[in-house]
Each structure stands twice: as C-alpha cells, then as structure tokens.
Write a protein that binds this ligand. Structure first.
Ligand code: UDX
Ligand code: UDX
Ligand code: ADP
Length: 470
C-alpha cells in the first residue's frame, strides 16, 4: 500500500535504529525517513563513506537511499515536529547504580527522548518503542507523553529481532514483525499504519498484532530462550568433555528432532552481545518484582552457566599450560562478540582477557573489525585498571600471525572465517613449543592441527591426551 507523504523519524542512530530505518527507506521509497541522534560524530559518520557500524550489506542500502528519502541529522526537534511516526531506538543498558543496579534497564535515555517528544510535538504522533525495554515501559512512556505533551500520542511496541552481523538479511526477510498497541480505535489505527509500512515487503501473515504487554514480553522471552539454548548446549559441552562424547555430534542428533530444531546449538566460549544478558537480567528483575522468585532463579541460571563456561575455558588454558600462564604470551584471536561485527558489548573475549591479565599472562589480541580504542575501553573498564596498566599485559596486533609469534598458545574467541584460512604450518613454526590451540568456537580442523604438532583443546570435544587437566 502506498503511504505517500508519510514521514518517519527515528531517535537513536545506533545498531538498531540505523539498519532498521535504512531498510524501511529502501522498501518504502515514498516515505521520508529521518534518523536523528544527540551524537554529532555518529551522524557525521552516517553521512560519510565510513559508517559508524560494520554490518554486511548495510553500506549498499544506505547509499541507495541517503539524500533521497533517508536523512541523518542532529536536528531532533525538527524531525519530531515533522514526523507522523517516531521510533525510539536509544540505548537501554543495564543500570550500573541505584535500585535494580546490575539487572534493571537504565531508561534514562528513553525518558529523555520521550520528554523531548512531549515538549516539541504539536500534531498527533505514533510513538514506537524499538529499543528492548522492560515490560510496562509503553505505559510509563505514555504517561510521560500525555502528562507533559499537548497533543495525542499512540504508543506502540515494535521490538526488533535483527541479529548483528546478519542485520540486513534479517530485516529483509524477518521471521515475524511484532506490533503491540492499545486495543481502542486510535491504537488500532496506529497499529495498522505501522503494519502498512512493513507490509511493503513483509507478508501480512508474518505481521503480528498483539497487546502492548505481550509484545514487550515476547522480546525478552525470545532472547532469554535463545540464550538458554546456548547455555544448555554449553552445559552439555562440559559433560561431553568429561564423558568422551562430542558436543557437535550431540547437537546434531538432538537438533534433528523437529520439536527442538538445529539452530542455535553451537557450543562456544560463551554468548555475548548487547541483548542476551541484559534481557535475561531484565526478565529476572521483572519476576522478582512480581514476587516470582522461582521463575527469576530459573532464568538467572542461564547467565550463571554462561559465566561458568567462560571461566571453564580460561581454566582449560591455565591447566593446559601446566598451571601457570604468568609471563606467557597468549594470542587471543577475536574480540567481537561474534563474527561479522565490530561490536564488543558483553563479548566473552573481554572476560577471557581480563582473567588472563589477572593471571599475569601477556595477551596479544587480533580482531579484524574491532577498533583499537574500543579494546582499551573495554579492558580498562573490565579490569578496573588504567590504560598504561593494561598495556603492561596486552598488545594489539595487526594480524593473527603477528599475535601468534612466540606465543605459547592461541585462543580463538570469535568465529571469524579468516581464522580458518590461516597457514597453520607457518603459525606452528613461529610459536613456542609445545604449541597449544584453544578453540573456543570449534571452527578449526583439529585433526590437521594435531598432525602439525599442536596440542588442541576444543569445546565439548574428547580431550587431547597431551592436554594437562590438573
Ligand atoms: C517423550 C519424548 O517426546 C519422546 O521423544 C521420548 O521417546 C519419550 O519421552 P512422551 O513422554 O511419551 O515422550 O510424551 P511427550 O509428548 O514428549 O510429552 C511429555 C509430557 O510433556 C506430557 O505430559 C505432555 O503433556 C507435556 N508437554 C509436552 C507439555 O506440557 N507441553 C508441551 O508443549 C509439550
Ligand atoms: C540477538 C538475537 O538473536 C536477536 O534476535 C535480537 O534482536 C538481539 O539479540 P545478537 O546478539 O546480535 O542477536 O547475536 P546472536 O546471533 O543472537 O548471538 C548472540 C551470542 O550468542 C553471540 O555471542 C554468539 O556467538 C552466541 N551464540 C549464538 C553461540 O555461542 N552459539 C549459538 O549457537 C548461537
Ligand atoms: P542499540 O544497540 O540499542 O541501537 P546504540 O548504543 O548502538 O544502541 O545506539 C543508541 C543511540 O541512541 C546512540 O547513538 C545514542 O547517541 C543515541 N541516543 C541516546 N539518547 C538519545 C536522545 N535522548 N536523543 C537522541 N539520541 C539519543
């Protein structure tokens, strides 16, 4: 359906707002899409050839629309005033201080954005929550908007399910689009307007309309279940190592049960990303505040298992290297939380590196996409050290080979394809002997590595007889 003249604005030009709005602009050429942000640097980057986030296919989508019906701007007020639909895609990190610290979402950015909308909006607006938020946020936001605003607001919940690294294909072909709204006439009309935007490219039967609470809760539940699957297979990886089973064989056998399904059963050093831990902790906090401690405890265990898995990996490295890594060089390959992104939020690499620093190892890091400054920011924060202190233990390398030179061990923390293509004969020749590989992603050819001479540890695989475990 044509929506000629419709104007959309999105507050927050990050990992969610940027790609999502670019896709809407691409699919709805008659709709004007304007993305605004308080960070002028971010907006400048979006307007340049060097986009602020790395995402395969994104550049093509942005350049196809930018300047035609897609605009990036810091003029937030103007964008709000013009828009019919305002998406809010600001960051909602876990609270660091105050009530609910470490668990509840920090809604400061959301509330500031809502208050701005209330202040400047003169005509009726559809306000869409895109950021993952705790349930009942729409209600609170609606109260702020109507309390402080001078016009009508329909608040919708429209959680985003894209995964980083595959954002463009996920947006192009989503499993579903979820829209939650008030069930009165005005709410229904708002939902229909938003549904019509997505219907430009998403089949109608994949656009679900629900009440606001179902929509908000579904996002938390989807991420909690996905994280739970990863923690489940990671828990089983420990059983595999103890029993001699192979976790990939188990995952394959289990995943062929159509009731279980094959996806998201890849054992790893631990899940990361801005969403999983945050959303589970959100759900846990919510359950606790509803007086449901058993449910809270059940889901909290998913996070505990993830911490256990990261620690177990580090333990394998330390025990493998004869119970000490002090002064030993360890190549850490991959710093992003998964491949095909430069994002490091909650990356398992950060914890692995922090623990190796605590053990006074020399860590040589290589990641193909993560910015150097980002690594220093993450490590100074995680280790509670200043940069010069961290630099006593950590060096950043321009490639994997440099990182591995003279190293006692190579640890793979991110499943970047290029790590599979390394010349392992060459790597082996440059490393200290005996040379160890700790494959935290099970992407390497372990049999070949052993033939070359490496001692190899892989998640959930029968243990190498040459690997020390005590
Ligand atoms: C189960 C396994 O499905 C089967 O593969 C294995 O060989 C034996 O154990 P069964 O116990 O016969 O089979 O029945 P199943 O359909 O799995 O149901 C088990 C229980 O879970 C039932 O009480 C069922 O009512 C309950 N259930 C199942 C739910 O409460 N909700 C569901 O969504 C599915
Ligand atoms: C996730 C959800 O998938 C997405 O729907 C939601 O919108 C945001 O959160 P994202 O965090 O970008 O997306 O990436 P995802 O592919 O889900 O991976 C999350 C973490 O789990 C990564 O660290 C990944 O390496 C890890 N993972 C995933 C595994 O360790 N094993 C798996 O089988 C799958
Ligand atoms: P996400 O992964 O949820 O997209 P990001 O941190 O990548 O999170 O992006 C959120 C963006 O929102 C940032 O670029 C930040 O500058 C922006 N932002 C936060 N608060 C506001 C606000 N009140 N007005 C406009 N932009 C905001």
């Amino acid at each position: 359906p044509s929506q000629d003249g419709l104007k959309i604005c999105c507050i927050g030009a990050g990992y969610v707002g940027g790609p999502t709005m670019s896709m809407i602009a691409l699919k709805c050429p008659e709709v004007q899409v304007k993305i605004v942000d308080i960070s002028a640097a971010r907006i400048d980057a979006w307007n340049s050839d060097n986009l602020p986030i790395y995402e395969p296919g994104l550049h093509k989508v942005v350049t196809a629309c930018r300047g035609k019906n897609l605009f990036f701007s810091t003029d937030i007020d103007e964008a709000i005033q013009e828009a019919d639909i305002i998406f809010v895609a600001v960051n909602t990190p876990t609270k660091k201080v105050g009530i609910g610290a470490g668990r509840a979402s920090d809604l400061t950015y959301w509330e500031l954005a809502a208050r701005r909308i209330a202040q400047v909006a003169e005509t009726p607006k559809i306000v869409v929550e895109k950021s993952t938020v705790p349930i009942k946020t729409a209600e609170a936001i609606s109260a702020v908007l109507h309390g402080a605003g001078k016009t009508r607001f329909d608040v919708l919940s429209n959680p985003e399910f894209l995964a980083e690294g595959t954002a463009i294909t996920d947006l192009d072909n989503p499993d579903r689009v979820l829209i939650g709204g008030q069930l009165d006439e005005s709410g229904q009309k708002a939902m229909d307007t938003l549904a019509d935007v997505y219907a430009h490219w998403v089949p109608r039967d994949r656009i679900l309309l629900t009440n606001v609470w179902s929509s908000e809760l579904s996002k938390l539940v989807a991420n909690s279940f996905l994280a739970q699957r990863v923690s489940s297979i990671n828990a089983i990886s420990a059983v595999c190592e103890a029993s001699g089973a192979d976790v990939d064989e188990v995952a394959r056998a289990v995943g062929m049960d159509t009731r279980i399904g094959p996806k998201f059963l890849k054992a790893s050093v631990g899940f990361g990303g801005s969403c999983f831990q945050k959303d589970i902790l959100n759900l846990v906090y919510l359950c606790e505040s509803f007086g449901l401690p058993e449910v809270a405890h059940y889901f909290h265990q998913v996070v505990h298992m993830n911490d256990y898995q990261k620690e177990r990996f580090v333990g394998r490295i330390i025990h493998g290297l004869y119970n000490t890594v002090t002064g030993k060089k360890i190549a850490l390959l991959g710093f992003a939380f998964k491949k095909d992104t430069g994002d490091t939020r909650e990356s398992a690499s950060i914890d692995v590196c922090r623990r190796l620093i605590e053990e006074k190892a020399q860590v040589a890091i290589y990641d193909p996409k993560v910015e150097e400054e980002q690594v220093w920011m993450d490590l100074t924060y995680a280790c509670k050290m200043d940069k010069t202190e961290v630099q006593k233990y950590v060096t950043l390398c321009p490639d994997a080979l440099t990182a591995c030179k003279d190293a006692h061990a190579m640890a793979v923390a991110t499943e970047w394809d290029e790590f599979k293509e390394l010349d392992f004969h060459q790597v082996y020749d440059t490393m200290t002997k005996p040379s160890f590989v700790f494959d935290g992603r099970n992407i390497l050819d372990h049999a070949t590595l052993r033939e070359i001479g490496f001692v190899v540890y892989a998640i959930g695989k029968p243990l190498d007889p040459k690997l020390s475990t005590a």
